[in-house]
Write a protein that binds this ligand. Structure first.
Ligand SMILES: CC(C)(COP(=O)(O)OP(=O)(O)OC[C@H]1O[C@@H](n2cnc3c(N)ncnc32)[C@H](O)[C@@H]1OP(=O)(O)O)[C@@H](O)C(=O)NCCC(=O)NCCS
Length: 292
């Protein structure tokens, strides 16, 4: 893999995720989502469940979702090159609590993380926009774990002011859907998610992709994708700002269900144009031409 600007290459490397990384990636997703996601914190569906139990529930239901993203060949991770397995494994990639029989009733976040025996530390899940999606309501697979998120995505699509041609590629290899960004919290704040995202923009441009679509539910992720390095350019298709709600009781509703009590972070759908030197005009050009 090409080096990633901003990443300490002595300590870390970026690699394509492989099927053997599925449990570790799902575990990182589950701990990060349950403990570190300001959006997830307010999801009504999960509020009654204590955090460790949420981690297990998220893990059990996300393994097939993560597996699908990894199968696309478009998901990548940052790996700690000097990781030493506490269990002495030569090629560690296991999660001690993957199997329900091995789970503590009330583990701490630190313990849950320490039991992810893998050099993987930050994850970027993606797929191609032409891959069958699970949120379109037209017979595609919708895992129960992400039903609410899918509904939110559908709402962002409804509010999206970008012309459909921008997000309706005609063939594989034109538009990437970024679907999940997670860093182990013991590696947070070291620029890993940013370095991985910027590297991904370069890599996708190299592979001939023209646009990346990403939905952001965390201020760090919004900051990263709204400020891509030149020559790439970002535009916002739609945004829900904190305080946004439907008109009923100030809650964010999805159909008849309450998704979150209140919106505490900006949720944005961002498009990054990978067309060199095009800037905002690049996105406009894509709209005019479509993807053909
Ligand atoms: C969001 C997350 C992936 C960030 O990972 P990270 O590796 O710690 O992020 P980075 O260190 O690369 O930081 C990226 C940028 O965001 C900024 N940032 C970090 N936290 C921030 C916050 N709470 N608010 C605003 N900016 C923030 C950083 O300062 C950095 O910007 P800079 O380079 O200009 O200083 C991680 O916190 C996480 O996994 N959170 C839980 C899961 C989640 O919510 N995922 C996102 C779903 S969209």
């Amino acid at each position: 893999m090409a080096p990633a600007p901003g990443l300490d290459s002595e300590q870390y490397e970026i690699r394509q995720l492989q099927p053997g990384d599925t449990d570790a990636a799902s575990a990182i997703l589950s701990v990060a989502t349950a403990f570190d996601s300001p959006f997830f914190e307010l999801m009504v569906q999960y509020q009654a469940i204590p955090k460790p139990a949420r981690v297990y529930a998220l893990f059990d239901t996300h393994v097939p979702v993560v597996s699908r993203h990894i199968e696309s060949g478009l998901s990548y991770g940052v790996f700690n090159k000097h990781y030493i397995s506490p269990r002495g494994h030569a090629n560690p990639s296991s999660v001690l609590w993957a199997c329900p029989d091995t789970r503590d009733e009330a583990p701490t976040k630190i313990k849950l993380l320490s039991q992810i025996d893998s050099p993987l530390v930050s994850v970027a899940l993606s797929n191609d926009a032409t891959d069958p999606q699970y949120f379109d309501g037209a017979g595609n697979w919708i895992p129960p774990a992400i039903r609410e998120l899918c509904e939110l995505k559908a709402m962002l699509r409804q509010l999206d002011t970008a012309p459909p041609k921008l997000w309706q590629p005609t063939e594989r290899g034109q538009m990437l859907l970024r679907e999940g960004t997670f860093t182990r919290s013991d590696y947070a704040g070291r620029g890993l998610a940013k370095a991985l995202s910027y590297w991904l923009m370069d890599e996708m441009a190299r592979q001939g992709y023209r646009t990346i679509e990403v939905d952001t539910y965390h201020p760090a992720v919004t900051k990263i994708w709204q400020n891509p390095p030149a020559p790439f350019a970002a535009s916002v298709g739609c945004e829900l700002l904190p305080g946004w709600s439907d008109t009923i009781a100030g809650k964010v509703l999805m159909g008849d269900n309450v998704l979150v009590d209140r919106l505490c972070v900006e949720c944005k759908r961002i498009y990054v144009s990978l067309v060199p030197d095009a800037g905002e005009a690049g996105l406009e050009a894509l709209v005019m031409e479509g993807f053909s």
